[in-house]
Design a protein around this ligand. Structure first.
Ligand SMILES: Cc1ncc(COP(=O)(O)O)c(C=O)c1O
Length: 452
């Protein structure tokens, strides 16, 4: 039987995360070289490598019998725990009535875009998740390219907002930022908030990486700076390494009374409520405890060590520039100084660059610029420095915390050999490119392994 797909779905592009999975799988099944069985240096997937905290796992086991549907907005114990978590870590006083729980922040951001009228302003580069949602909802949108410092310029934001006709505009702010790893400080947020007040811009502040801020005292939520106009989203996925649990929350702005009923309608229509056992497990993750405090400290310190190394190692390669991450487990690497050589080698787009890096002999997976909402010929890429065994590294860190810069370097070499080797592979790729031996090598190997 042939099924006819709805035009609305036909019209949307494959989201980048799916494309990436398909691409890597295809690469695996098609690569005949014995070395391909080893896999690849994984700088592509944005997933925390650490185990789900034990306290969350235990709470999930204890609550497996909770078979009843939960309240649409989330169970009261969880909203209460999230409120206290925000007070303790982010110094925010949030009435639990302002909190809505959903199956991941991705879904909640989608729900917010459904409920809020207005043109979306998307600063670029951006996380690969937003654009397919905006397009799916057929919303008007405008990109806001950032400048050399890779942060939103308040002046550019004002200029763009002045050109837009809509009474309401929606800015997607992602802080700390995927893919650059950068953090907005209080002053930068205040300047953006001033423009938002002046131009009637609502902010969706995606703060899913807040807890990973290396110098945690520096993180400030936009919900504190612009409480009347900001929806803050956060969840379990990154800070608690539990993306698969699918649990996020949104904090509504102060006094958004009318909107709450409309929002609840959407949640009730689309998914009724988040799985009840998962909500109970999440309570343990948001409750203030010594275990969770230690978990956040260890994981953010390890991300910091890995980030420092990756930044230093990549930017020491001639021609490569990278952002210096303040948070997350990503940085943005800029390979544009190789543009002429890349074009000579018929690598004309960032997608082609990702493909050339994944095939033999380089085996290195990165996320290319067009997946980050950059121009197709912008040779920038996101590098996720998480290719190591999180459980083991967590324990090793606790057993022997590296202090000096020498010890930090040794820590990376001993605990994340694939990160070290993957960066060496990137260096090798660009060295071959410069020497014009890149394609020779790939063609030679290809003909050697697939003779006909
Ligand atoms: C910036 C950003 N926002 C949101 C998400 C999705 O989070 P969740 O798992 O809560 O849907 C991700 C996941 O990669 C992300 O990087």
């Amino acid at each position: 039987m042939k099924f006819i797909v709805d035009q609305q779905v036909e019209d949307i592009e494959m989201p980048e995360n799916l494309k990436l999975n398909t691409f890597l799988q295809e690469f695996h099944s098609n690569c005949p070289h014995p070395q391909c069985s080893f896999g690849f240096y994984g700088f592509a997937f944005g997933q925390s490598p650490f185990p789900v905290p034990k306290t969350i796992q235990d709470a999930l086991i204890k609550n497996v019998d909770k078979g009843a549907y939960a309240a649409v907005q989330g169970i009261p114990e969880l909203r209460d725990a999230i409120s206290k978590y925000n007070k303790y870590y982010f110094a925010m006083d949030i009435d639990p009535k302002r909190i809505y729980v959903g199956p991941g922040t991705k879904e909640l951001i989608f729900n917010l875009l459904e409920v809020l009228h207005g043109t979306v302003i998307l600063p670029t580069p951006a996380w690969l998740g937003y654009l397919p949602q905006i397009r799916f909802l057929k919303k008007n949108y405008h990109m806001l390219p950032t400048r050399a410092n890779r942060k939103i310029s308040p002046n550019d934001l004002r200029k763009l907002a002045l050109r837009l006709q809509d009474r309401q505009k929606i800015l997607i702010l992602n802080n700390p930022h995927n893919p650059t790893g950068l953090l907005y400080d209080r002053l930068e947020l205040e300047e953006i908030a001033d423009v938002c007040r002046e131009q009637n811009i609502t902010v969706i502040s995606d703060e899913i990486y807040a807890q990973t801020t290396y110098d945690f005292s520096k993180f400030v939520s936009m919900g504190k700076i612009y409480p009347e106009g900001t929806f803050v989203t956060n969840g379990l996925s990154k800070s608690h390494a539990a993306g698969g649990y699918r649990l996020g929350y949104v904090i509504f702005p102060q006094h958004a009374v009318d909107l709450k009923t409309q929002f609840k309608k959407i949640l009730a229509t689309e998914y009724t409520a988040v799985s009840t056992p998962i909500q109970h497990a999440a309570v343990a993750g948001f409750e203030i405890s010594k275990e969770m405090d230690e978990y956040f400290e260890v994981t953010r310190n390890v991300h910091h060590i890995m980030g420092e190394y990756t930044h230093h190692a990549l930017s020491s390669i001639e021609g490569i520039k990278t952002t210096k991450p303040d948070a997350t487990f990503y940085l943005l690497a800029d390979f544009n100084s190789f543009a002429t050589d890349l074009q000579k080698a018929k690598i004309n787009t960032s997608q082609k660059l990702s493909e050339s890096l994944i095939i033999h002999p380089y085996h290195t997976a990165i996320v290319g610029g067009d997946s980050l909402v950059l121009e197709r010929n912008d040779f920038s890429a996101r590098i996720a420095y998480v290719d190591y065994n999180g459980s083991q590294v967590y324990q090793n860190y606790l057993n022997n915390k590296p202090k000096s810069s020498h010890e930090r370097l040794e820590f990376v070499k001993n605990n994340a050999p694939k990160v070290v080797a993957g960066i060496e592979m990137i260096a090798k790729f660009f060295e071959h490119l410069r020497k014009d031996t890149l394609f020779d090598l790939q063609i030679q190997k290809k003909s050697r392994i697939t003779p006909n």
